[in-house]
Design a protein around this ligand. Structure first.
Ligand code: ZN
Ligand code: ZN
Length: 116
């Protein structure tokens, strides 16, 4: 399981794991489906999964602060920056497990399509 990746003498485990995830899974974002993801997401949620936290099989590419967000999604208003900014998929998903976030979004989309 998670034991396959060793830090080695020089590498930092986290950076090596990121490289491994991009190498094996590509750079298509697990949240919005666009390419160019520069960060990785913990599929189980960081807090919920101490045992899979460093398991690259439970990680997916995602647009994050590294890489500057999604280059394809329409920009959104950032209250923090006080201007329009690229979508940071990683902060949309947040700390919840990816499956939970995806299910929530699907429910919202279903509700929205019923509205009109
Ligand atoms: Zn994305
Ligand atoms: Zn996108």
């Amino acid at each position: 399981m998670g034991q396959a990746i060793h830090a080695g003498r020089t590498g930092r485990p986290w950076l090596r794991m990121r490289q491994y995830v991009f190498h094996t899974k590509g750079d298509v974002c697990c949240w919005c489906g666009h390419p160019g993801a520069g960060d990785i997401n913990h599929d189980d949620g960081w807090a919920n999964s101490p045992e899979t936290r460093m398991d690259p099989d439970r990680m997916s590419p995602i647009h994050g602060v590294y890489g500057g967000g999604c280059p394809y999604c329409p920009w959104v208003w950032s209250r923090k920056l006080g201007r329009m900014a690229p979508v940071i998929c990683n902060s949309v998903v947040g700390k919840q497990p990816l499956a939970v976030a995806l299910a929530k979004r699907a429910r919202q989309q279903a509700a929205r399509s019923l509205d009109w």
